[in-house]
Design a protein around this ligand. Structure first.
Ligand SMILES: [Zn+2]
Length: 414
């Protein structure tokens, strides 16, 4: 770092402190070592960076908080340096239980050719392996908070609110292996300097600030928005006002990486872990549900057609519990658990992970803490932070229940 660069950073930080309108991140270039850090300045409106009052202590989701929690509270799980982001940031995984042994004799595709997954997975093919990831989009923090609270349950039997989860604890002990990655995209998370937005209510424009922070803003201050944010991958940061939390520091939205080309380090990490762990199920936690049915939503993946019945069963299992806990858009169990209600998404990371290792790979979307929506009758639906965490933990718990009851991939296709 030369002296001019130091002065530039110092000036910008000073400007930020005195005006509150310029936010500075120091971003290591993806192609250079961290010593050649560059400065990016983003002119985010001051009101967008207001924190909520009285943030609950269980709402852990910033990079320092995540690192601190893992370092000081994970004792039973194994902490692993899973990978390094495009921006040079460390990505951690936490694993529980016994890893599948090596021993397959063919590729996943080869095992499909002989209609027997054992030839890919090896002798312990029937072991049950659960993998969950969150914050592939860095500022979709509900999944991170849920994963940290899941770690708390796995370590102590209770979430960080003090609620015991005996069924979740028992089922976690009953599967063979759990692999958790709380923050897949630290570059995107680092770009958004907020821990918790104030809830701005349910007015039509109430979601604008969250959407700006999540999908980014144009130079004129307008929101890039979803799905327009997918028109440019990689995103050229010099052409936008604020890149948002979606991409890594190379500008790539990992959900839509160039999977058959040269992949980003975050994608490579996920592929390598998937190939090594050979999970039965991968749950990929996001934030973003329709405002007229403002509840946790499970997307049907575009994957091997023969896995669709297993997906239906997973969908029914999770939504049954969410509905009985008043965490779906109505109390109609038949409606809420009908798998015909799950829209199939296009080819994305879920597809790539499925075809890479045979896992049923599923995206689950959460409501956002920063604004609200309605239930299916049109009544306002406000999710408290406690409810958001409960929905996350129920999704993990019921995913484990589905795995134990269905017997995993080795049994699904029999
Ligand atoms: Zn997302």
């Amino acid at each position: 770092m030369n002296s001019n660069r130091i002065l530039q950073i110092a000036y910008l930080l000073f400007f930020s402190l005195t005006t509150g309108t310029l936010f500075t991140t120091i971003i290591p270039s993806c192609s250079q070592p961290p010593s050649s850090q560059i400065t990016q300045t983003y002119n985010i409106p001051e009101e967008y960076l207001i924190e909520a009052d009285n943030i609950p202590s269980f709402w852990i989701n910033t990079i320092p908080e995540i690192e601190d929690y893992i370092k000081n509270h994970v004792k039973k799980g194994q902490i692993n340096h899973a990978g390094t982001s495009a921006g040079g940031r460390i990505i951690q995984s936490i694993t529980y239980g016994k890893k599948r042994k090596e021993g397959g004799t063919t590729t996943f595709s080869g095992s499909l050719g002989v209609s027997d997954i054992r030839h890919y997975r090896g002798a312990d093919s029937e072991n049950l392996v659960y993998m969950a990831i969150s914050a592939v989009h860095g500022y979709e923090v509900e999944g991170i908070v849920g994963m940290i609270n899941l770690l708390s349950v796995l370590e102590t039997g209770k979430d960080l609110k003090g609620t015991a989860w005996p069924e979740l604890t028992r089922m976690a002990d009953s599967v063979d292996r759990i692999v958790l990655i709380p923050l897949v995209n630290p570059d995107g998370r680092a770009r958004v300097p907020l821990k918790m937005e104030p809830n701005r209510g349910g007015a039509p424009d109430a979601f604008n600030i969250h959407e700006y922070l999540n999908t980014g803003g144009n130079r004129d201050g307008t929101i890039i928005g979803w799905p327009a944010v997918k028109e440019f991958i990689p995103m050229d940061f010099s052409k936008v006002g604020f890149p948002g939390g979606y991409p890594n520091d190379a500008g790539v939205n990992i959900m839509h990486d160039d999977f058959f080309g040269t992949v980003q380090p975050e994608t490579r990490m996920l592929f390598d872990i998937a190939a090594s762990e050979k999970p039965d199920l991968i749950i990929n936690m996001h934030t973003g549900v329709p405002r007229n049915n403002y509840f946790m939503t499970i997307h049907r993946p575009f994957c091997e057609p023969q896995l669709q019945p297993a997906f239906d069963r997973l969908y029914q299992t999770i939504n049954t519990r969410l509905t009985t806990q008043n965490l779906r858009g109505s109390t109609d169990i038949a409606l809420e658990t009908d798998p015909a209600g799950a829209d199939m998404k296009g080819y994305n990371l879920s597809t790539a992970l499925n075809l890479h290792c045979g896992a049923l790979s599923v995206v689950i979307e959460s409501a956002c803490h920063g604004f609200s929506g309605t239930n299916l009758s049109g009544a306002p639906s406000l999710h408290s932070p406690q409810m958001l965490v409960d929905a996350q933990l129920i999704a993990h718990q019921e995913s484990l229940r589905f795995l134990l009851q269905s017997g995993g991939r080795a049994q699904w296709l029999k």
